[in-house]
Design a protein. Structure first.
Lengths: 367, 324, 367, 324
């Protein structure tokens, strides 16, 4: 252990060695989980997924500043692999989600995470309402909502933030500015000086922070959280990062990302940066690394096994549209089950439903 | 029993429900201090205070979006959108989010939310204040849609909607706010969602309608009676859930059907009623079902609206046609 | 004429006496036109209308800075009576609009004014597209879009402004901050320091200007226009005013506006302020006033007469849904005309269509 | 003639129309540099430059709103919404504004705008990418809605839409982008909006469909043929305007009808087809019209979508039912 460097790190972060190592472990594990899913997608065992690469520091850093017992997280769609601080089952649920299992939207209680959001920025006003409700109920805690640089161009971002300002809601708006929204660079997304500057439109603090620095993000979120809990209202935090992978499994960034840019950015990989810091401080070495990876692999295997073992009834989608299906839906359910039994008879046993599916899920490259 | 206008019944029910359940919060544009632009929320602020009755910014999407969050926090939100046409500004939060959170979360999060909004013609409003767009929401699974035609039903359905575990759009006919007056039972009154009501009996034909068109249908039935025609009037009350049994029974009993809607013809909810009848009671039909709808043009300006909204005359003419 | 004061005014505005008088004339006329419509609404001869009182300076000032031959205006719904610089027919069309005549949405070419907008903020992205199109077509000119303080809470305001920033579109966003959105005061609308500050979210200049001062508004718009034409992109101008009347004919501000506030604001009526300035400069007196009012009354009478003389075919709404009505619409038109002829027969002549209309239009107080 | 996939036909048509008329501008999310997430706009940026092919911010409402302004400025906008489900974010600009500017301005301003958007199931997309919400737009007068089922029609209808003086929603079946391949005539090809197409002849029954469901209907007709049943397949091509004459003729000829849609049953456009048939050809019906729809639940996640989207089996079963 290099005492000077460790001291510096401790001073900067208020964290001891074990906590610092824990952050790095989570970052490494997050990327590994995400990569495993990426491979499974390539094997046709999962649907489209958005790799986490480059966002680990800001996700793990933000989660580290929250209290999983009182605080809620509303993700966009790129964060789940980094949120295991809220519970190991986050991983199983995420794997289910990416497999296309309806249970994948259900992070089991008491895990305070909402389902991933595909409609960009739609989760933002929802987060505001949740925070508003917690305030009304005098519950201590905050809501943190993730969204991308691209999502800030949606009306929902603006309406939600403006609403939160008026309500003094205890919510933290965390913008992952990873430089791209699919192929659209930030300069085509807005002319604002920064995403943090957008807070001027709402009348609450905005802060731009290095999203590659897990400690800086943790610190910014912790301060925003303290302010919110003290009744100080919302904060907008822009975490400047870079999307190191493709937008999703369906994307080909070679079409639009300059090769030099991605090369340069790889030199500032947030995991590498933090690993180097910890190595310099004597808090990390190859065996830590290996153990972390082995452990993460094993956890992923377990999650995958659990997810793949889960059965999904073909008529499951009727279950949670309403508290109770309508009479018409019950009639439809019967129709479905009849059709399935026709198929089974036709197939001479339990078979796939009739239809004309073919090929891998991504063949039409939805983003 | 007290005679009330529909808006009075709505106001009274909001008072009662807020008193009954302190998780109920009412919010929207101009609902607190001003008591709503139609006074539907009058007196709530004074009685229940500024935490539970809230004037919001002019952001329909954030009104619905925040209602979703509030519900997950354990509140029972009753949001007002000032006019149904402005739910368009929140369509993504309603159709894409409100309708689906239970589904998306595989049953973990529920949204016992009521969205109240007035709509409908006859009072010479500016653009987008009168549009009948219920069919557009009916095609969004996950929503329930209540459309009362009487003050008593406004009370009973609103209470049911507020107590319902699912999101309910509660659509109030502008023209009925003061023009509709009837006996409203005192005390607790809950009209279950999904039960149609026979407003008038008869078995020469059945006129199926909802919201203010029930009143038009009723008046048409009075006209028809003068010609010796006994028209049953069936008020759907909620279009989702749909009381398919009541429709089937009425069609089986009458054999001839007119469906009246205030929405434009093409893809209006009347089309669903016709299709449902074809599914359920085709062999009972003695004549083609007639639809009486607004025309396939956007809701018009004041000088023309009388030529647009279905009226008694057109319903009577349609009834004669199906009886021919 | 008080030479010193006139000189000051001239220096401040760059305008000569006749031009200054013209501004005041337009402001007085605008209020008079609006008041005449208000009375007609009370008589049941018009639908709901939003009185202009308190917004005359900012509307007339903005219009004065534009070139009606090249520049477009997209109103909200409170500005039309102050836009006659774009053509006298603006008044007739406005009267038609308020009567509920479909022709009321059609400001005849070459008048570059769009129909009033009821859906708050919806005109904003449209204005941006128009400005973008003018830029693509290398047309010199700008687009000015009016909207209220309340409208700024809509996603459309934000999306439109952000879009304009990215496109460098020649558009001027003019926010009439009249302190109220129906019963909602600005403090419940946003926590932003000012509406001008919201420009920080878009990366272009925002300016807050005294909206009771016609010359200040004219100046701010002129500068924004020059910048836009020079390729400098959009400007957001907040004009601080006060709504001196009810929101609309259907509104009762006694329910929510503190009496002292409205009393105080009446002391800063923009027309009075400017009239006093011109009087001090010897550029205005009772006979100017009387002549202006007489002239405005006469013009209104002419417009009203023209509007009321216009006939509206009962099936007019089929005309402009599509370029040509669909076959189904033609069938519907026939049905309508048959129904009308049934009515005529029943009524023994040309009558109102069957129906159950009664009472004055506002009896249900739509806003 | 060249065999093309549907997405190739769309891309080729965009190239041709941009070359033909320099007022045509193409814009949306990721349409320029990336050529669209499905490559529908590939090559346009290089050929027509950055003024006419524009990557926009992530703002659906501003995309549609600005298209309206562009049109008034004299351009011919072809806007892309990346997935139809995200038109919800712009619903107010589409239903409240785009559909109505001609009407609101009493004919002064026209909006010759095409809004392209992919939709539909079968490719395991995330939420809101697959929803079939055409009926919701069909209830908004002022819009036209084209839903091609073949590459050739995609070309002809897209050209017609771009040249049309009214706003047209041009909805592209995700599953068809690459799976649908057919002969596409070279040179100018315009398929008039509002003309249905008989895809397969037969007069035992008619299967009415649009977009990818035409393909499902066609395969069902092949199955039925094996049983000696001659099923006609009618492709509506555009649901607004609706080719009522073609529907009437087909129903009169066949007497038995199945309508197939990818949307949920309640208030889906199939209901309108049933209601139209009841209006136009009731006395020709020999059996109730059968609707084959998705269920009344939101579009499901990947593992379940095969149980959700209507398939050949369900269409065949419905056909047998109406023939009983
Ligand atoms: C409302 C909406 N519009 C469009 C899309 C399609 N889409 C999915 S992800 C994406 C880019 C998002 O970029 P950003 O918010 O920066 O997040 P990132 O993926 O970079 O993390 C787009 C356009 C969508 N999902 N939702
Ligand atoms: C999208 C939308 N939501 C709600 C309304 C109902 N409404 C009409 S005017 C108004 C207040 C507008 O306030 P502001 O923008 O400040 O303009 P002002 O009337 O003060 O000039 C409201 C809420 C509307 N017309 N449009
Ligand atoms: Mg991004
Ligand atoms: Mg205002």
């Amino acid at each position: 252990m290099n005492v000077t460097v460790t001291d510096q790190l401790a001073q900067r972060s208020g964290l001891g060695p074990a906590e610092l190592q824990d952050l790095l472990r989570r970052m490494i594990a997050a990327r590994l989980f995400s990569s495993r899913c990426f491979s499974l997608q390539r094997q046709g065992r999962m649907g489209t997924m958005a790799p986490i690469d480059g966002a680990e520091a800001l996700i793990v850093g933000a989660a580290a500043a929250l209290d999983p017992a009182t605080d809620w997280v509303l993700p966009q769609y790129r964060e789940m692999h980094g949120l295991l601080r809220f519970g190991e089952e986050v991983l199983t649920t995420t794997v289910k989600y990416l497999r296309g299992d309806p249970a994948g939207g259900h992070f089991p209680a008491p895990i305070r995470i909402w389902p991933p959001q595909i409609a960009l920025a739609a989760q933002i006003p929802q987060a505001v309402g949740l925070a508003w409700g917690m305030k009304l109920r005098r519950e201590e805690g905050v809501v943190l909502v993730f969204f991308g640089d691209g999502a800030t161009s949606e009306g929902d971002f603006y309406e939600g933030c403006n609403f939160a300002g008026v309500l003094d809601a205890p919510v933290i708006f965390l913008c992952n500015n990873n430089a791209w929204a699919i192929s659209t660079p930030v300069r085509l997304q807005t002319r604002a000086r920064s995403f943090a500057a957008k807070a001027e439109a709402f009348g609450f603090p905005g802060e731009s922070v290095d999203g590659r620095d897990v400690l800086a993000v943790r610190d910014a979120v912790a301060r925003a959280r303290a302010r919110a809990i003290a009744g100080g209202g919302p904060t907008l935090i822009e975490a400047r990062s870079y999307r190191l992978g493709p937008h999703t499994t369906a994307d080909d960034p070679g079409r639009y990302v300059p090769a030099a840019e991605i090369e340069r950015e790889r030199q500032r990989d947030p995991i590498d940066l933090f690993r180097r810091e910890l190595e310099e401080a004597g808090l990390w070495n190859a065996s830590f690394e290996e153990e972390t990876r082995r452990d993460a692999d094993a956890r992923f295997d377990r999650a995958l096994q659990a997810a793949e073992a889960a059965t999904v009834r073909p008529d499951a989608f009727f279950d949670h549209v309403y508290d109770r299906p309508t009479a018409r839906m019950e009639r439809q359910r019967r129709e479905l089950l009849e059709a399935l039994s026709r198929d089974e008879i036709a197939a001479g046993g339990a078979g796939e439903p009739g239809g004309d599916r073919s090929g891998r899920p991504d063949r039409n490259r939805p983003e | 029993m007290a005679v009330m206008t529909m808006v009075q019944a709505i106001n009274a029910t909001l008072h009662e429900e807020m008193a009954r359940d302190d998780r109920v919060v009412v919010f929207g544009q101009d609902v607190a201090k001003n008591g709503g632009v139609f006074r539907a929320t009058e007196g709530l602020l004074d009685r229940f205070g500024a935490e539970r009755v809230v004037d919001t910014p002019l952001s329909e999407a954030a009104i619905i979006g925040s209602a979703i969050g509030l519900a997950v926090a354990g509140m029972v939100p009753v949001a007002e959108i000032q006019f149904l046409g402005f739910t368009y500004q929140a369509f993504h939060q309603i159709a894409g989010q409100l309708a689906r959170l239970r589904y998306r979360s595989d049953g973990r999060f529920t949204t016992p939310i009521v969205v109240r909004a007035p709509f409908g013609g006859g009072v010479r409003t500016p653009e987008l204040h009168s549009d009948s767009i219920e069919a557009q929401f009916a095609n969004c699974p996950g929503l329930k849609i209540a459309m009362p035609s009487s003050a008593a039903d406004a009370k009973g359905l609103l209470a049911a909607a507020i107590r319902d575990p699912d999101p309910v759009l509660f659509l109030e006919p502008l023209r009925g706010y003061r023009a509709i007056r009837d006996d409203v039972p005192e005390g607790d009154l809950v009209v279950p969602l999904g039960q149609a009501r026979t407003v008038r009996s008869g078995d020469d034909l059945v006129i199926i309608a909802w919201s203010y068109m029930v009143e038009v249908a009723r008046r048409a039935s009075v006209e028809l009676e003068k010609e010796g025609i006994a028209a049953r009037v069936l008020d759907l009350r909620t279009i989702v859930p749909l009381d398919v049994d009541a429709i089937r029974e009425a069609v089986e009993a009458c054999g001839r059907v007119v469906v009246v809607q205030e929405a434009p013809e093409t893809a209006g909810f009347a089309s669903e009623i016709v299709a449902t009848i074809v599914d359920e009671a085709f062999y009972s039909l003695e004549a083609p079902v007639a639809r009486v709808s607004a025309w396939d043009v956007p809701y018009p300006v004041g000088l023309l609206e009388d030529h647009y909204v279905p009226n008694v005359d057109r319903v009577v003419a349609a009834a004669r046609r199906v009886l021919d």
